[in-house]
Design a protein around this ligand. Structure first.
Ligand SMILES: *[C@@H]1O[C@H](CO)[C@@H](O)[C@H](O)[C@H]1NC(C)=O
Ligand SMILES: *[C@@H]1O[C@H](CO)[C@@H](O)[C@H](O)[C@H]1NC(C)=O
Ligand SMILES: *[C@@H]1O[C@H](CO)[C@@H](O)[C@H](O)[C@H]1NC(C)=O
Length: 260
């Protein structure tokens, strides 16, 4: 004769003050559900026996709506969940026993991220956590605001070059390479180029000159300029000196235009 050892232990505490009660939970093969009341809420915690692991929600609760918040979990053969490694291969596919150690290998063109081994612990978990196999190729890189990249190949070993729009300059790494699934540097940024501030007029004369340059209408500009000179008692000496300085832009204009 062959006997399955099945534990059908369900402990139920009902809320005595409540008219309504939570529906009784079905028993769990190879596990138990421990039910207790915590702050007016009924909690059910499912535990699997050695050699089995839980699939589903470990803890259920039943509240005023008098329903369990999730379906009853089940206990499956294998002390820890069967190891899964997408694009790779664990040394055992399960079921596993407690304290079993397994190792991992990734397929070609994939790189292992995490530990290349793991052990099934008493509490049904894998430690270190299961690794993942990541492609050696990179995804399309991002572009910084006001910038873009040049390059069409994002495979392992390929390079791209970042550029910024006009009036922006690049801060960071311009040329980047795809190395084991990741771009070699962080995304650069495109910074606005700060234009040199306009010189602030100093003397009354410079103010007059500045006003002249800012004026779009030449005749008005000259009129205004002469007016300002008079107002400030500026001498021709000063004017001469400044005309030397601003010859190209000022004198040329004054001579080549005729005012009515
Ligand atoms: C009771 O649980 C259900 C299911 O999770 C939820 O939708 C509902 O809001 C809960 N009610 C109270 C009173 O907590
Ligand atoms: C787990 O243990 C059982 C008996 O104790 C054994 O038959 C089985 O091969 C073990 N499984 C693994 C994956 O080692
Ligand atoms: C796991 O990685 C270590 C180094 O990190 C290495 O020495 C060992 O050979 C690897 N084991 C397997 C199974 O790949």
């Amino acid at each position: 004769m062959f006997f399955w050892f099945v534990c059908y232990l369900v402990v139920v505490w009902l809320i005595s003050a409540s008219d309504e009660s939570c529906p009784e939970l079905p028993s769990v093969e190879n596990g138990i559900i421990v039910i207790k009341e915590v702050e007016g809420q009924i909690l059910g915690t499912c535990l699997c026996i050695k050699g089995y692991h839980l699939v589903g929600e470990k803890t259920l609760f039943c509240n005023a709506s008098v329903e369990w918040n999730a379906p009853v979990p089940t206990c499956h053969l294998g002390h820890c969940p069967d190891p899964v490694l997408v694009n790779g291969e664990p040394s055992s596919l399960g079921p596993v026993n407690v304290s079993d150690k397994i190792t991992f290998k990734c397929n070609e063109d994939y790189i292992l991220k995490g530990s290349n081994w793991s052990q099934c612990l008493d509490d049904h978990t894998w430690m270190p956590p299961l690794p993942v196999c990541k492609s050696r190729d990179c995804g399309p890189p991002g572009s910084p605001a006001h910038g873009y990249f040049e390059g069409r190949d994002f495979n392992s070993g390929s390079t791209i070059t970042y550029h910024c729009e006009d009036k922006y300059h690049l801060v960071g790494t311009r040329n980047q390479q795809c190395v084991d699934g990741e771009w070699s540097s962080a995304l650069p940024i495109c910074e606005l180029i700060q234009e040199a501030p306009k010189p602030i007029p100093q003397t009354a004369f410079e103010k007059a000159l500045f006003a002249f340059q800012e004026n779009k209408e030449l005749c008005k500009a000259i009129e205004n300029f002469v007016q300002r000179l008079k107002e400030n008692d500026l001498t021709m000496e000063e004017l001469k000196y400044s005309l030397e300085k601003k010859k190209a832009e000022l004198e040329a204009k004054m001579l080549s235009w005729h005012c009515n």
